[in-house]
Design a protein around this ligand. Sequence first.
Ligand SMILES: [Zn+2]
Ligand SMILES: [Zn+2]
Length: 469
Amino acid sequence: MMSTAALDIIFLESHEAALRALLHRENGSEAAAYVLFGKAEIAADPWSKQPRIRLISHEVVPITSDEMVSSSSVHVTWSTQGFMRLLGLAQHRNLVPALVHTHPGAGAFFSDQDDRNEAELARTTFNKGAQGLASMVFGQHDAIVGRLWKSAKASTKASSISIVGSKIKIWRADAGREDTEFLARQAALFGKGFNPIVRALRVGVIGCGGTGSAVVSLLTRLGVGHLALMDNDTIDTTNLNRVHGSRAADVPAKLAKVDILAREIEAGGLGTQVVTRRAWVGDPSLRDVLRSCDVLFGCTDDNQGRLTLNRLAHYYGIPLIDVGLRMRSAKSGVDYDMTGRVTTIRPGNPCLICLGVVNAQRAAAEGLQRNDPAEFERRKAEAYVEGGGDPAPAVVTFTTSIACAAVDELIQGLTGFRGQGGMTHNRIRRFDRVEDRSMTCRPIPTCPVCGTEDTWGRGDVNPFLGVIG
Ligand SMILES: [Zn+2]
Ligand SMILES: [Zn+2]
């Protein structure tokens, strides 16, 4: 039996803005444009265990004025020549073609006329051998509806539509029926609309050590309804100074960090649906989990893992809030260096490579250590590779403080409490001074991840994330 996959539609902020500008008519008549979407085919959503499809906007394709046939406040028609061209492009690049039209001064819904017109276009689409046709209606007050035609007769309505950029806006078909009395005090600050949004939110946390455990604890109290915890490690004695929820008895029991955090969430009884994966972020078994999230927190100090997340944020339009700490002890003549960093990565921002956050040599060494430990040890002995040295210093107040700053960025993305500028791209906190700064950079034009829009919303490609090996 074939079950119907849930459908999410993600617009990148710049694509949505381009569409709105393109489709605006001073005279209030309808307008239309095409979009090519990347697709994520998720076999099993980790929370529902059901298949899920995500469409992520990749490119806006205008309908030229010579293709327009007629339009009024209640209809728009255009020649299908451009549509045939779009189908060709979509098939060639393995993208999903989509049609967007407006209902100025009316709601976002599919009219009977839309149903008939789109069924016709869907027939053309499937006759040409394409895999699907998406369509969206932009109504008044920024309302959007969307659906995916899987044949000329059947379509699935989107259960969530989001706009991802410096802000995160998500509309869900089935949000907001849960009792969230324990969140009343934050509704008092952000309004009644805030709690249903966090309740429906799906957040992945990669790395469940000092910062990750604090992030998880904060997200649970914030009321985030769906958490996915990913970490390969078990707890050791030197983690007990900072991993929230860990107990001394967990060390001899050799408990996994993800299981410790899940235990604490369950014990809290706040209704969070938590899933755990004991694996490294690059492990193929995590792909469905990662691609099912609305937001990711990068709390790993693993360079190769960061490179994976950096790409994932671009390919799938999932904002990544990456957290890092650098702690160096004072030596004679040298002061402390105690720096925390929170970086928001998404299409349109300079990436972790451009910021110099990821060390490519270390990433390579980590890959070797994971795949061929004997060879890694041999090269380390000969001083050919870095890493595997003394563990970095860590103190609970600093790991927890930077975790708070990271979760604040999520709240800023959802509410704009700090103003309309959205999430800060790169925030640097110097604990050894009284200093909190926003420091951004320019993207490197040749950067393979953020230097080109080819990666934006590209979705599934083979190999995964365009990375060989
Ligand atoms: Zn319509
Ligand atoms: Zn870059």
